[in-house]
Design a protein around this ligand. Structure first.
Ligand SMILES: Cc1cc2nc3c(=O)[nH]c(=O)nc-3n(C[C@H](O)[C@H](O)[C@H](O)COP(=O)(O)OP(=O)(O)OC[C@H]3O[C@@H](n4cnc5c(N)ncnc54)[C@H](O)[C@@H]3O)c2cc1C
Ligand SMILES: NC(=O)c1ccc[n+]([C@@H]2O[C@H](COP(=O)([O-])OP(=O)(O)OC[C@H]3O[C@@H](n4cnc5c(N)ncnc54)[C@H](OP(=O)(O)O)[C@@H]3O)[C@@H](O)[C@H]2O)c1
Length: 535
């Protein structure tokens, strides 16, 4: 890494600021340290030393995906923060994010960090996959940022907010009509994955293949009523001009309890209860159950304490939208949009916990129901511009969604390029999504190759990357012919394992050293020939 031998003074505090020369010098030093600012002069290479935070010519260093070793969703938060510890604030803010670039917050990880750093985004709780851990880290870094900013008088007005176009982001949803759901697994499957259809007529929404669909979900009414019963008030109690029941249904998250809820319970209780609630609010785990405490579980744990419903609602986080990869092409089914949604449902103690959006779509939404939603445009996940380019798609489980859309689009546009799909799931007999469609596409010649991997049909796990290794020679030929390669699905393990298999394929069949194979795959990413939609 590059550092600089000579450090001239850096003027971060304007001359016009009301400080003495000594004060300004001290503040410049303080800010330079806070922002990691070191001006560039004589560069020397030293391993493990922080990069400069401020380029005298170009301003504070912002977060980017380049030179960001923490940009790996399989790393734990602690590891990411350690990798970033000597970096300036914006990259450290980025390292606090979950590194999925999933777009749920409305940005990439780097963009979200930069917006917080530049004070263009005040909401610090938008990183859904990072959860409470990320929120705590971001809050702490934002306090550091405030301390640094407080030392300098503001000399620029914030840029005026631009109103977003309707239906294009989480802040401006439009209504679509829920049409139907159809289970994609056979009866005996362990999974409940549904094909969901929407009618876009009169919604004003349009989309392209590769885009994701944002849904503003509703909490389960039975769950809401259990919470109201624990509060011991009427469901009609007025909060924020609506009934408590309405507010709990569509305004606030009833998932994992936020620190503020524990704070509220610590204010309202005494003795051991207060100490426990206080410890939980600080990230402690006095009873070893912190990871399982959703909002209802907190009410049950501290059942002797009944918060006022208004204070209770104020202590909760807003209910966030959820994103789903679109599994249809508007060219094949104009005015329609479909999703492929796996229902999240798991048992903790005696109570089933339900994923809010996936069970809303998979179990509760009724045909004809209007649902607030938006289209999140894909950045760097699209079919190749040349319709003759071969494509290789790797999408186990719900990861098949955007590839169904790609295939529909290639058919609707009579694209000539060969198409190869790797699909995998637990069992062939119960979890082969869209089997009839895919077989028909094979027969018609649209789907050139279909490679399958069933993880629970044999006596050992067998995954898409195992299949990729088996057909490595042909995979390399396709790549050598200019194929674009895509991966969609689980970010934490699958995407990384698939990339490792790709590197092995390049090394084995492309005759490259390991380092050269890694560099080639990195080059494919840079050239937009290796694209991922992972969550
Ligand atoms: C760009 C993008 C595309 C996506 N595309 C799809 C798609 O095509 N299809 C699809 O199904 N999903 C997709 N997702 C995931 C989707 O957005 C939701 O995250 C998912 O449906 C869960 O949301 P939920 O509201 O149902 O669950 P939530 O209420 O958010 O609950 C999920 C949380 O429950 C916890 N949890 C889950 N399982 C367990 C368990 N076994 N034990 C303990 N805790 C657990 C975890 O903390 C998890 O984060 C996509 C995500 C992104 C970002
Ligand atoms: N929290 C978790 O632990 C967890 C785990 C998986 C998925 N998810 C999430 O669950 C949601 C829906 O998942 P889904 O229905 O699409 O299916 P999925 O649970 O991701 O499973 C699809 C297939 O991928 C296999 N798989 C598991 N680990 C893999 C790996 N490292 N590499 C390649 N394949 C692997 C699974 O096998 P086996 O299940 O037989 O191993 C299964 O055959 C997604 O949001 C995903 O991120 C969460």
């Amino acid at each position: 890494m590059t550092v600089h031998a000579v450090m001239p003074a850096v003027d971060l505090v304007p001359e016009s600021a009301p400080f003495s020369t000594e004060q300004r010098a001290w503040l410049n030093g303080f800010l330079a340290a806070a922002l990691g600012a070191i001006a560039r002069t004589d560069a020397v290479d030293l391993p493990g030393v922080a990069a400069p935070a401020l380029d005298a010519a170009s301003g504070p260093v912002l977060a980017t995906n380049d030179d960001a070793p923490w940009h790996d969703p399989s790393l734990a938060a602690e590891e990411r923060m350690t990798l970033a510890k000597d970096r300036p604030l914006a990259p450290r803010l980025m390292a606090a994010m979950a590194q999925r670039d999933c777009g749920q917050c409305g940005y990439s990880c780097a963009d979200y960090a930069n917006r917080i750093f530049r004070k263009e985004e005040a909401r610090l709780n938008l990183c859904a996959p990072g959860g409470k851990e990320t929120f705590r880290l971001v809050k702490r870094l934002a306090e550091e940022l405030d301390e640094a900013a407080a030392a300098v008088p503001a000399d620029a007005a914030p840029a005026p907010a631009v109103a977003p176009s309707p239906g294009t982001c989480r802040e401006s949803p439009l209504e679509v009509t829920f049409v139907s759901r159809r289970r994609l697994n056979a009866e005996r499957s362990e999974k409940h994955t549904h094909h969901i259809e929407f009618d876009l007529a009169d919604s004003g929404l349009d989309y392209a293949v590769g885009d994701s669909f944002g849904i503003l979900p509703r909490n389960h009414l039975g769950h809401v009523d259990q919470i109201i019963a624990m509060l011991g008030v009427s469901h009609a109690t007025e909060i924020r001009g609506r009934s408590l029941r309405e507010v709990l249904t569509d305004e606030v998250s009833l998932g994992i309890a936020p620190d503020r809820l524990f704070e509220l319970f610590s204010y309202l209780s005494g003795g051991a209860t207060r100490e426990k609630a206080r410890a939980l609010a600080r990230g402690g785990d006095p009873d070893g159950d912190a990871a399982n405490l959703d909002v209802l579980a907190v009410l049950q744990k501290f059942s002797g304490v009944r918060p006022h419903p208004e204070a209770f609602v104020d202590a909760l986080e807003p209910l966030q939208p959820r994103l789903y990869s679109i599994s249809s092409s508007p060219k094949a089914v104009p005015g329609r949009l479909s999703l492929t949604v796996d229902a999240v449902r798991y048992l903790i103690g005696k109570r089933y916990r339900l994923g809010v959006a996936s069970t809303y779509l998979g179990e509760r939404a009724l045909p004809g129901e209007r649902i607030k939603s938006y289209v999140q445009k894909a950045h760097g996940f699209a079919l190749p511009p040349d319709p003759a380019t071969p494509i290789i798609m790797i999408g186990p489980g719900t990861g098949v969604a955007p590839f169904r859309a790609f295939l529909q689009e290639r058919e609707a546009t009579s694209a000539r390029g060969p198409n190869w799909l790797f699909f995998g799931h637990q069992r062939q007999a119960t979890d082969f999504f869209y089997a009839d469609e895919l077989r028909a596409m094979q027969r018609s010649g649209l789907l050139t190759r279909l490679s399958l991997a069933w993880s629970r049909d044999g006596d050992r796990k067998y995954y898409v990357q195992d299949r990729m290794r088996e057909v490595g020679a042909e995979l390399w030929r396709w790549l050598d012919d200019g194929a674009h390669i895509y991966v969609c699905g689980d970010a934490k393990r699958m995407a990384k394992d698939v990339e490792a298999a790709l590197v092995d394929t390049v090394a084995t069949h492309g005759g490259r050293s390991s380092e050269d194979a890694v560099a080639l795959v990195r080059g494919l990413k840079k050239a937009g020939r290796y694209q991922a939609d992972v969550y």
